[in-house]
Design a protein around this ligand. Structure first.
Ligand code: ARG
Length: 456
Protein backbone atom coordinates (compact mmCIF):
# COMPACT_ATOMS: atom_id res chain seq x y z
CA UNK A 1 0.00 0.00 0.00
CA UNK A 2 1.18 3.50 -0.68
CA UNK A 3 2.35 5.27 2.45
CA UNK A 4 1.08 8.77 2.97
CA UNK A 5 4.48 10.37 2.49
CA UNK A 6 5.01 8.59 -0.82
CA UNK A 7 1.54 9.53 -1.93
CA UNK A 8 2.41 13.14 -1.37
CA UNK A 9 5.61 12.91 -3.36
CA UNK A 10 4.19 11.13 -6.36
CA UNK A 11 0.99 12.70 -7.50
CA UNK A 12 -0.41 9.22 -7.46
CA UNK A 13 0.73 5.69 -7.95
CA UNK A 14 -1.35 2.72 -8.82
CA UNK A 15 -1.71 -0.43 -6.91
CA UNK A 16 -1.72 -3.02 -9.61
CA UNK A 17 -2.50 -6.17 -7.79
CA UNK A 18 -3.94 -9.09 -9.61
CA UNK A 19 -6.92 -9.90 -7.46
CA UNK A 20 -7.34 -13.29 -9.07
CA UNK A 21 -4.08 -14.43 -7.43
CA UNK A 22 -3.97 -12.82 -4.04
CA UNK A 23 -0.41 -12.77 -2.75
CA UNK A 24 -0.96 -12.22 0.93
CA UNK A 25 -4.51 -12.68 2.07
CA UNK A 26 -5.35 -16.22 1.08
CA UNK A 27 -8.52 -16.22 3.17
CA UNK A 28 -10.09 -13.84 0.69
CA UNK A 29 -11.81 -15.47 -2.26
CA UNK A 30 -10.76 -14.01 -5.62
CA UNK A 31 -13.35 -12.16 -7.62
CA UNK A 32 -15.33 -14.74 -9.51
CA UNK A 33 -15.16 -14.55 -13.24
CA UNK A 34 -16.21 -17.37 -15.48
CA UNK A 35 -14.51 -18.13 -18.80
CA UNK A 36 -17.75 -17.12 -20.52
CA UNK A 37 -17.65 -13.73 -18.90
CA UNK A 38 -13.95 -13.45 -19.77
CA UNK A 39 -14.67 -13.92 -23.43
CA UNK A 40 -17.43 -11.39 -23.38
CA UNK A 41 -15.03 -8.78 -22.16
CA UNK A 42 -12.68 -9.17 -25.12
CA UNK A 43 -12.72 -6.47 -27.74
CA UNK A 44 -13.67 -7.92 -31.07
CA UNK A 45 -11.40 -7.12 -34.02
CA UNK A 46 -11.77 -3.65 -35.39
CA UNK A 47 -14.00 -3.38 -38.37
CA UNK A 48 -13.84 -1.15 -41.40
CA UNK A 49 -16.97 0.78 -42.02
CA UNK A 50 -18.14 3.95 -43.57
CA UNK A 51 -18.68 6.75 -41.16
CA UNK A 52 -19.39 10.38 -41.45
CA UNK A 53 -16.91 12.95 -40.19
CA UNK A 54 -18.12 15.93 -38.17
CA UNK A 55 -18.21 17.94 -41.39
CA UNK A 56 -20.60 15.42 -42.91
CA UNK A 57 -18.07 13.83 -45.26
CA UNK A 58 -18.43 10.07 -45.59
CA UNK A 59 -15.13 8.24 -45.10
CA UNK A 60 -13.98 4.68 -44.80
CA UNK A 61 -12.36 4.21 -41.46
CA UNK A 62 -11.86 2.17 -38.37
CA UNK A 63 -14.87 1.72 -36.24
CA UNK A 64 -12.99 3.16 -33.30
CA UNK A 65 -13.95 6.78 -32.89
CA UNK A 66 -10.85 9.01 -33.00
CA UNK A 67 -12.26 10.92 -30.02
CA UNK A 68 -12.76 7.54 -28.54
CA UNK A 69 -15.80 5.86 -27.11
CA UNK A 70 -14.81 2.57 -25.57
CA UNK A 71 -16.15 0.34 -28.27
CA UNK A 72 -17.81 1.80 -31.25
CA UNK A 73 -18.51 -1.16 -33.38
CA UNK A 74 -21.45 -3.33 -32.60
CA UNK A 75 -24.09 -1.86 -34.86
CA UNK A 76 -24.91 -5.30 -36.18
CA UNK A 77 -25.26 -6.66 -32.65
CA UNK A 78 -27.87 -4.16 -31.66
CA UNK A 79 -31.43 -5.08 -32.52
CA UNK A 80 -33.60 -2.77 -34.57
CA UNK A 81 -35.87 -2.39 -31.59
CA UNK A 82 -32.99 -1.29 -29.39
CA UNK A 83 -31.86 1.18 -32.05
CA UNK A 84 -35.34 2.66 -32.23
CA UNK A 85 -35.47 3.01 -28.47
CA UNK A 86 -32.10 4.73 -28.43
CA UNK A 87 -33.02 7.05 -31.27
CA UNK A 88 -36.24 8.02 -29.52
CA UNK A 89 -34.41 9.01 -26.35
CA UNK A 90 -31.66 10.70 -28.35
CA UNK A 91 -34.09 12.75 -30.37
CA UNK A 92 -36.03 13.85 -27.29
CA UNK A 93 -32.83 15.22 -25.84
CA UNK A 94 -31.54 16.77 -29.08
CA UNK A 95 -34.86 18.60 -29.45
CA UNK A 96 -34.63 19.86 -25.86
CA UNK A 97 -31.07 20.98 -26.53
CA UNK A 98 -32.03 22.91 -29.65
CA UNK A 99 -35.09 24.41 -27.96
CA UNK A 100 -33.32 25.60 -24.82
CA UNK A 101 -29.98 26.57 -26.22
CA UNK A 102 -31.49 28.89 -28.79
CA UNK A 103 -29.71 27.26 -31.67
CA UNK A 104 -31.98 28.95 -34.14
CA UNK A 105 -32.24 26.26 -36.77
CA UNK A 106 -34.25 23.08 -36.55
CA UNK A 107 -32.56 19.97 -35.20
CA UNK A 108 -33.43 17.97 -38.34
CA UNK A 109 -29.94 17.74 -39.72
CA UNK A 110 -28.47 16.68 -36.42
CA UNK A 111 -31.24 14.14 -35.92
CA UNK A 112 -30.54 12.61 -39.32
CA UNK A 113 -26.88 12.35 -38.42
CA UNK A 114 -27.67 10.66 -35.09
CA UNK A 115 -30.05 8.23 -36.79
CA UNK A 116 -27.38 7.29 -39.31
CA UNK A 117 -24.79 6.77 -36.63
CA UNK A 118 -27.08 4.61 -34.50
CA UNK A 119 -27.87 2.51 -37.59
CA UNK A 120 -24.18 1.90 -38.23
CA UNK A 121 -22.78 1.56 -34.77
CA UNK A 122 -25.65 0.83 -32.46
CA UNK A 123 -24.79 3.98 -30.53
CA UNK A 124 -23.87 7.60 -31.19
CA UNK A 125 -21.53 10.24 -29.94
CA UNK A 126 -22.80 13.43 -28.40
CA UNK A 127 -21.09 16.68 -29.27
CA UNK A 128 -19.28 18.37 -26.44
CA UNK A 129 -22.00 21.04 -26.25
CA UNK A 130 -24.76 18.43 -26.09
CA UNK A 131 -22.90 16.65 -23.33
CA UNK A 132 -22.21 19.82 -21.35
CA UNK A 133 -25.77 21.02 -21.47
CA UNK A 134 -27.12 17.53 -20.77
CA UNK A 135 -25.10 17.31 -17.56
CA UNK A 136 -26.53 20.63 -16.39
CA UNK A 137 -30.07 19.54 -17.16
CA UNK A 138 -29.45 16.26 -15.32
CA UNK A 139 -28.69 18.36 -12.25
CA UNK A 140 -31.78 20.49 -12.86
CA UNK A 141 -33.88 17.32 -12.99
CA UNK A 142 -32.47 15.79 -9.79
CA UNK A 143 -35.59 15.82 -7.66
CA UNK A 144 -33.72 15.08 -4.43
CA UNK A 145 -31.35 18.04 -4.70
CA UNK A 146 -32.20 21.27 -2.88
CA UNK A 147 -29.23 23.13 -4.41
CA UNK A 148 -30.43 23.31 -7.98
CA UNK A 149 -30.66 27.10 -8.26
CA UNK A 150 -27.15 27.24 -9.69
CA UNK A 151 -27.54 24.34 -12.15
CA UNK A 152 -26.32 26.43 -15.07
CA UNK A 153 -23.01 27.19 -13.36
CA UNK A 154 -21.85 23.56 -13.43
CA UNK A 155 -18.31 23.18 -14.76
CA UNK A 156 -18.23 20.20 -17.10
CA UNK A 157 -15.01 18.35 -17.84
CA UNK A 158 -15.46 16.28 -20.98
CA UNK A 159 -12.88 13.50 -20.60
CA UNK A 160 -14.54 10.87 -22.76
CA UNK A 161 -11.29 10.27 -24.59
CA UNK A 162 -9.43 8.81 -21.58
CA UNK A 163 -8.63 5.14 -22.07
CA UNK A 164 -6.63 3.88 -19.14
CA UNK A 165 -7.44 3.44 -15.46
CA UNK A 166 -4.26 5.38 -14.71
CA UNK A 167 -5.38 8.44 -16.67
CA UNK A 168 -8.84 8.28 -15.16
CA UNK A 169 -7.51 8.03 -11.61
CA UNK A 170 -5.29 11.05 -12.26
CA UNK A 171 -8.31 12.92 -13.64
CA UNK A 172 -10.31 12.10 -10.50
CA UNK A 173 -7.63 13.53 -8.30
CA UNK A 174 -7.51 16.58 -10.51
CA UNK A 175 -11.29 16.88 -10.14
CA UNK A 176 -10.90 17.03 -6.36
CA UNK A 177 -8.22 19.69 -6.68
CA UNK A 178 -10.12 21.85 -9.15
CA UNK A 179 -13.49 21.57 -7.44
CA UNK A 180 -12.08 22.19 -3.96
CA UNK A 181 -10.44 25.35 -5.27
CA UNK A 182 -8.82 26.18 -1.94
CA UNK A 183 -12.22 26.10 -0.22
CA UNK A 184 -14.19 28.17 -2.69
CA UNK A 185 -16.06 25.10 -3.95
CA UNK A 186 -16.87 24.90 -7.66
CA UNK A 187 -19.80 22.71 -8.75
CA UNK A 188 -18.19 20.32 -11.23
CA UNK A 189 -18.67 17.10 -13.14
CA UNK A 190 -16.07 14.98 -14.92
CA UNK A 191 -17.49 12.73 -17.60
CA UNK A 192 -15.73 9.63 -18.88
CA UNK A 193 -16.61 7.45 -21.87
CA UNK A 194 -20.19 6.21 -22.17
CA UNK A 195 -21.15 2.60 -21.71
CA UNK A 196 -21.20 0.74 -25.04
CA UNK A 197 -24.58 -0.51 -26.28
CA UNK A 198 -26.05 -3.08 -23.92
CA UNK A 199 -26.12 -5.69 -26.70
CA UNK A 200 -22.32 -5.71 -26.86
CA UNK A 201 -22.34 -7.10 -23.29
CA UNK A 202 -19.72 -4.56 -22.28
CA UNK A 203 -19.99 -2.95 -18.90
CA UNK A 204 -19.24 0.72 -18.50
CA UNK A 205 -16.36 2.25 -16.57
CA UNK A 206 -17.14 2.12 -12.86
CA UNK A 207 -15.86 3.92 -9.81
CA UNK A 208 -16.44 1.67 -6.81
CA UNK A 209 -16.59 4.44 -4.21
CA UNK A 210 -19.93 6.15 -3.66
CA UNK A 211 -18.01 9.41 -3.28
CA UNK A 212 -14.42 10.23 -4.21
CA UNK A 213 -13.73 11.26 -0.62
CA UNK A 214 -15.04 8.89 2.03
CA UNK A 215 -13.91 7.63 5.42
CA UNK A 216 -13.28 3.97 6.16
CA UNK A 217 -15.33 1.96 8.64
CA UNK A 218 -13.70 -0.96 10.47
CA UNK A 219 -15.53 -3.66 12.37
CA UNK A 220 -13.92 -4.34 15.73
CA UNK A 221 -13.83 -7.69 17.48
CA UNK A 222 -16.17 -6.39 20.20
CA UNK A 223 -18.79 -5.52 17.59
CA UNK A 224 -18.11 -1.78 17.61
CA UNK A 225 -17.05 0.15 14.53
CA UNK A 226 -14.20 2.61 14.10
CA UNK A 227 -14.91 5.24 11.45
CA UNK A 228 -17.94 5.61 9.24
CA UNK A 229 -20.35 2.67 9.64
CA UNK A 230 -21.82 3.51 6.23
CA UNK A 231 -18.57 2.36 4.61
CA UNK A 232 -17.80 -0.87 6.38
CA UNK A 233 -18.73 -2.96 3.35
CA UNK A 234 -16.72 -0.81 0.94
CA UNK A 235 -13.77 -0.87 3.33
CA UNK A 236 -13.91 -4.67 3.36
CA UNK A 237 -14.13 -4.80 -0.42
CA UNK A 238 -11.05 -2.61 -0.70
CA UNK A 239 -9.23 -4.79 1.79
CA UNK A 240 -10.05 -7.80 -0.41
CA UNK A 241 -8.39 -5.89 -3.24
CA UNK A 242 -5.24 -5.54 -1.21
CA UNK A 243 -5.70 -2.34 0.76
CA UNK A 244 -4.12 -2.81 4.16
CA UNK A 245 -6.31 -0.18 5.73
CA UNK A 246 -5.31 3.13 7.20
CA UNK A 247 -4.24 4.02 10.71
CA UNK A 248 -7.62 2.99 12.17
CA UNK A 249 -8.59 6.54 13.05
CA UNK A 250 -12.27 7.50 12.76
CA UNK A 251 -11.38 9.45 9.62
CA UNK A 252 -9.11 7.28 7.43
CA UNK A 253 -9.45 8.29 3.79
CA UNK A 254 -10.40 5.39 1.56
CA UNK A 255 -8.45 4.82 -1.66
CA UNK A 256 -10.32 5.25 -4.92
CA UNK A 257 -11.03 2.18 -7.02
CA UNK A 258 -11.74 2.27 -10.70
CA UNK A 259 -12.75 -0.58 -12.90
CA UNK A 260 -12.36 -0.47 -16.65
CA UNK A 261 -14.56 -2.88 -18.61
CA UNK A 262 -12.98 -6.30 -18.67
CA UNK A 263 -10.11 -5.35 -16.42
CA UNK A 264 -9.35 -5.92 -12.80
CA UNK A 265 -10.10 -3.00 -10.51
CA UNK A 266 -7.26 -0.57 -9.86
CA UNK A 267 -6.80 1.39 -6.68
CA UNK A 268 -5.06 4.63 -5.79
CA UNK A 269 -4.54 6.32 -2.44
CA UNK A 270 -5.69 9.90 -2.22
CA UNK A 271 -2.71 12.18 -1.76
CA UNK A 272 -3.19 13.88 1.63
CA UNK A 273 -2.58 17.33 0.30
CA UNK A 274 -5.45 17.11 -2.16
CA UNK A 275 -8.24 16.52 0.37
CA UNK A 276 -9.36 19.61 2.24
CA UNK A 277 -10.81 18.78 5.66
CA UNK A 278 -12.41 21.00 8.28
CA UNK A 279 -11.90 20.36 12.01
CA UNK A 280 -15.19 20.98 13.79
CA UNK A 281 -15.16 23.54 16.62
CA UNK A 282 -17.98 25.38 18.34
CA UNK A 283 -18.02 29.19 18.63
CA UNK A 284 -19.14 29.07 22.29
CA UNK A 285 -18.10 25.66 23.61
CA UNK A 286 -14.31 25.33 23.83
CA UNK A 287 -14.65 21.63 24.74
CA UNK A 288 -16.16 20.88 21.34
CA UNK A 289 -12.79 20.66 19.57
CA UNK A 290 -11.80 17.88 21.99
CA UNK A 291 -14.37 15.60 20.35
CA UNK A 292 -11.86 15.37 17.50
CA UNK A 293 -14.50 15.73 14.80
CA UNK A 294 -13.81 16.82 11.27
CA UNK A 295 -15.33 16.45 7.82
CA UNK A 296 -14.16 16.74 4.23
CA UNK A 297 -14.99 19.92 2.34
CA UNK A 298 -16.07 18.32 -0.93
CA UNK A 299 -18.92 15.87 -1.59
CA UNK A 300 -18.22 14.23 -4.98
CA UNK A 301 -20.83 11.59 -5.81
CA UNK A 302 -19.13 8.99 -7.94
CA UNK A 303 -21.40 5.95 -8.19
CA UNK A 304 -24.35 7.34 -10.15
CA UNK A 305 -24.97 7.02 -13.84
CA UNK A 306 -25.46 10.16 -15.91
CA UNK A 307 -28.18 9.46 -18.48
CA UNK A 308 -28.43 11.82 -21.44
CA UNK A 309 -30.23 11.19 -24.69
CA UNK A 310 -30.26 7.41 -24.27
CA UNK A 311 -26.55 7.21 -23.47
CA UNK A 312 -25.30 6.04 -20.09
CA UNK A 313 -22.21 7.60 -18.57
CA UNK A 314 -21.51 5.10 -15.81
CA UNK A 315 -18.54 7.08 -14.52
CA UNK A 316 -19.37 10.76 -14.20
CA UNK A 317 -18.50 12.02 -10.72
CA UNK A 318 -20.07 15.34 -9.74
CA UNK A 319 -20.14 17.71 -6.83
CA UNK A 320 -21.78 20.79 -5.43
CA UNK A 321 -20.99 22.23 -2.02
CA UNK A 322 -22.28 20.95 1.28
CA UNK A 323 -25.43 22.04 3.07
CA UNK A 324 -24.58 22.08 6.79
CA UNK A 325 -27.24 19.56 7.85
CA UNK A 326 -25.77 16.85 5.61
CA UNK A 327 -22.81 16.76 7.96
CA UNK A 328 -24.29 18.08 11.21
CA UNK A 329 -27.66 16.38 11.17
CA UNK A 330 -26.77 13.20 9.27
CA UNK A 331 -23.13 12.17 8.89
CA UNK A 332 -22.07 13.10 12.42
CA UNK A 333 -25.50 12.98 14.03
CA UNK A 334 -27.24 9.82 12.81
CA UNK A 335 -27.12 7.02 15.35
CA UNK A 336 -26.11 4.61 12.58
CA UNK A 337 -23.29 6.93 11.46
CA UNK A 338 -20.94 8.83 13.80
CA UNK A 339 -23.61 9.01 16.53
CA UNK A 340 -22.27 12.14 18.23
CA UNK A 341 -25.45 13.43 19.88
CA UNK A 342 -25.14 11.46 23.14
CA UNK A 343 -21.54 12.65 23.61
CA UNK A 344 -22.41 16.28 22.87
CA UNK A 345 -25.50 16.24 25.08
CA UNK A 346 -23.48 14.84 27.95
CA UNK A 347 -20.83 17.55 27.56
CA UNK A 348 -23.62 20.11 27.53
CA UNK A 349 -24.83 18.72 30.84
CA UNK A 350 -28.24 17.73 29.48
CA UNK A 351 -30.43 15.08 31.02
CA UNK A 352 -30.22 12.25 28.52
CA UNK A 353 -32.42 10.05 30.66
CA UNK A 354 -35.65 11.24 29.11
CA UNK A 355 -36.58 11.94 25.51
CA UNK A 356 -38.78 14.78 26.72
CA UNK A 357 -35.82 16.92 27.73
CA UNK A 358 -35.13 17.18 24.00
CA UNK A 359 -31.46 16.55 24.61
CA UNK A 360 -31.15 15.17 21.08
CA UNK A 361 -32.73 18.25 19.56
CA UNK A 362 -30.55 20.61 21.58
CA UNK A 363 -27.35 18.73 20.85
CA UNK A 364 -28.31 18.56 17.20
CA UNK A 365 -28.65 22.32 16.94
CA UNK A 366 -25.27 22.90 18.57
CA UNK A 367 -23.59 20.36 16.32
CA UNK A 368 -25.03 22.10 13.27
CA UNK A 369 -23.90 25.50 14.54
CA UNK A 370 -20.44 24.03 14.99
CA UNK A 371 -20.33 22.65 11.43
CA UNK A 372 -21.43 25.91 9.80
CA UNK A 373 -19.15 28.01 11.95
CA UNK A 374 -16.10 25.79 11.36
CA UNK A 375 -16.55 25.70 7.59
CA UNK A 376 -17.18 29.44 7.54
CA UNK A 377 -14.08 30.27 9.54
CA UNK A 378 -11.97 28.04 7.34
CA UNK A 379 -13.26 29.79 4.22
CA UNK A 380 -14.93 26.63 2.85
CA UNK A 381 -18.20 27.11 0.96
CA UNK A 382 -21.21 25.70 2.81
CA UNK A 383 -24.86 26.70 2.86
CA UNK A 384 -27.21 26.62 5.85
CA UNK A 385 -30.57 24.93 5.36
CA UNK A 386 -32.61 28.13 5.70
CA UNK A 387 -30.72 29.83 2.89
CA UNK A 388 -30.75 26.67 0.78
CA UNK A 389 -34.52 26.32 1.18
CA UNK A 390 -35.07 29.95 0.21
CA UNK A 391 -32.85 29.51 -2.85
CA UNK A 392 -34.82 26.44 -3.77
CA UNK A 393 -38.08 28.43 -3.71
CA UNK A 394 -36.37 30.93 -5.99
CA UNK A 395 -35.32 28.10 -8.29
CA UNK A 396 -38.91 26.92 -8.51
CA UNK A 397 -39.99 30.45 -9.50
CA UNK A 398 -37.32 30.67 -12.17
CA UNK A 399 -38.30 27.33 -13.61
CA UNK A 400 -41.91 28.44 -13.80
CA UNK A 401 -40.88 31.63 -15.56
CA UNK A 402 -38.92 29.54 -18.06
CA UNK A 403 -42.14 27.63 -18.72
CA UNK A 404 -40.93 24.39 -17.16
CA UNK A 405 -42.36 22.15 -14.46
CA UNK A 406 -40.14 21.58 -11.50
CA UNK A 407 -40.34 18.19 -9.84
CA UNK A 408 -39.06 17.43 -6.37
CA UNK A 409 -38.91 14.68 -3.78
CA UNK A 410 -40.36 16.35 -0.67
CA UNK A 411 -38.85 13.85 1.74
CA UNK A 412 -35.37 14.70 0.50
CA UNK A 413 -35.85 18.43 -0.03
CA UNK A 414 -37.10 19.21 3.49
CA UNK A 415 -34.00 19.56 5.68
CA UNK A 416 -33.47 17.01 8.47
CA UNK A 417 -33.38 19.83 11.03
CA UNK A 418 -36.15 22.35 11.76
CA UNK A 419 -38.02 21.31 8.65
CA UNK A 420 -41.17 23.30 9.38
CA UNK A 421 -39.22 26.53 9.74
CA UNK A 422 -38.33 26.38 6.04
CA UNK A 423 -40.74 27.25 3.22
CA UNK A 424 -40.21 23.94 1.41
CA UNK A 425 -41.92 22.09 4.25
CA UNK A 426 -45.16 23.91 3.41
CA UNK A 427 -45.00 23.24 -0.30
CA UNK A 428 -46.27 20.19 -2.13
CA UNK A 429 -44.17 18.81 -4.95
CA UNK A 430 -44.74 16.29 -7.65
CA UNK A 431 -41.89 13.83 -7.96
CA UNK A 432 -41.21 12.62 -11.47
CA UNK A 433 -38.05 11.28 -13.09
CA UNK A 434 -37.39 13.07 -16.35
CA UNK A 435 -34.29 12.82 -18.51
CA UNK A 436 -31.48 13.79 -18.58
CA UNK A 437 -30.86 12.69 -15.01
CA UNK A 438 -28.56 10.95 -12.59
CA UNK A 439 -29.60 7.35 -11.93
CA UNK A 440 -28.67 4.88 -9.25
CA UNK A 441 -26.75 1.83 -10.37
CA UNK A 442 -25.91 -1.43 -8.70
CA UNK A 443 -22.84 -1.36 -6.49
CA UNK A 444 -19.88 -1.87 -8.78
CA UNK A 445 -18.37 -4.79 -6.91
CA UNK A 446 -21.65 -6.65 -7.25
CA UNK A 447 -22.12 -5.99 -10.95
CA UNK A 448 -18.50 -5.77 -12.08
CA UNK A 449 -18.00 -9.40 -13.04
CA UNK A 450 -21.45 -9.69 -14.53
CA UNK A 451 -22.32 -7.73 -17.61
CA UNK A 452 -26.05 -7.06 -17.90
CA UNK A 453 -28.01 -10.14 -18.81
CA UNK A 454 -25.14 -12.50 -18.18
CA UNK A 455 -26.37 -15.52 -16.18
CA UNK A 456 -23.11 -16.33 -14.43
N1 ARG B 1 -25.21 13.80 1.74
C1 ARG B 1 -23.96 13.45 1.15
C2 ARG B 1 -22.86 13.57 2.20
O1 ARG B 1 -23.10 14.00 3.27
C3 ARG B 1 -23.62 14.31 -0.04
C4 ARG B 1 -24.66 14.39 -1.12
C5 ARG B 1 -24.43 15.51 -2.09
N2 ARG B 1 -24.47 16.77 -1.42
C6 ARG B 1 -24.24 17.96 -1.98
N3 ARG B 1 -24.29 18.99 -1.23
N4 ARG B 1 -23.97 18.06 -3.27
O2 ARG B 1 -21.71 13.30 1.95
Amino acid sequence: MIRDEEAQLLTFRLLERDVSSPATDTSTPPLQRSPVAQRRWCLRPLQLLTRREDNGRAVKGLSRDPQGDLLLEGGELVSQEEKERLFKEASEYIRLFYRECGRGGAPDERLAEVRWEIEQRGTYRQTSEELRYGAKVAWRNSTRCIGRLTWESLTVRDLRHLRSAEDILAALIEHIRLATNGGKIRPMITIFAAQPPVATQQAGIRIWNPQLIRYAGYHQADGSIIGDPAHVELTEQLQHLGWRGGKRTPFDLLPIVIQMPGQEPKMVALPNNVVLEVPINHPNYPWFSKLGLKWHALPVISNMCLAIGGLRYTAAPFNGWYMGTEIGARNLGDSQRYNQLPVIAERMGLNTGSDRTMWKDRALVELNIAVLDSFGRKGVTIVDHHTAARQFMQHEQREKQAGRCMYADWGWIVPPLSGSTTPVFHTAYEDRTVMPNFLYQEEAWKSSARPPGCPV
